[in-house]
Design a protein around this ligand. Sequence first.
Ligand code: GLP
Length: 240
Amino acid sequence: MKIIICNDYAEMSAKAAEIVRDAVSGKKACLGLATGSTPEGMYDLLSSMCKKGECDFSGITTFNLDEYYPISPDDPQSYRYYMNKRFFDKINIDINSTFIPDGLAADPGIECSEYEKKIAERGGIDLQIIGIGPNGHIGFNEPDEELIPLTHVTNLASSTVEANSRFFASPDEVPKQALTMGIKTILSAGRIIVLASGSAKHKALSKMLDGKISTMCPVTMVNLHRNVTLICDKEAYYGR
Ligand code: GLP
């Protein structure tokens, strides 16, 4: 695993944005994208690079890791809304080439298998960005005795409902389920970039850096992949 330890969040975001810029410009690549607070700085930098003509998303397809279920794409808390407002509306990407599981799918099981098909039809994901939940989750693959390989419907851990309730009026309003890529979907990407900022991620990051694998800390699964880059700040790496 390649490890890049940055001084702070701004430097982490800049390094990640450079890697994405180099992976997309003038290419027909397929990007795997994440939500949460962690990639926001990277999206802002990529948006301004694109505005200045330093980055080109015209040939790019994207697949997001996950979406709450049920949730409307128009709901400001949905990941579709987040991606459109924070990123897709600001770059030169064809919105029809951006995929996020449908939070209103009538049959979520079918939606998940269709999602896998779409990824396969587009030749798989070249570069996957992931963040880490404070409990070590990736996408919405929560710590458990068993993990599911492909895109599936999942129940959110109570700690995740709690952690993500900061974006909602109250924990009661956080959807209790989600559609998420599975561990195999994530590990099938050609390259994985793990982003982590702040001391709340230190515990999960340390487990990942131990090099062992545990379903109780899903981010450790990236130790099975041959091309992973961790970009984190000092607080996440060393703790407080
Ligand atoms: C959510 C997402 C994850 C993300 C995690 C961390 O639960 N499903 O994909 O990595 O939050 O979020 P943050 O970056 O806000 O800490």
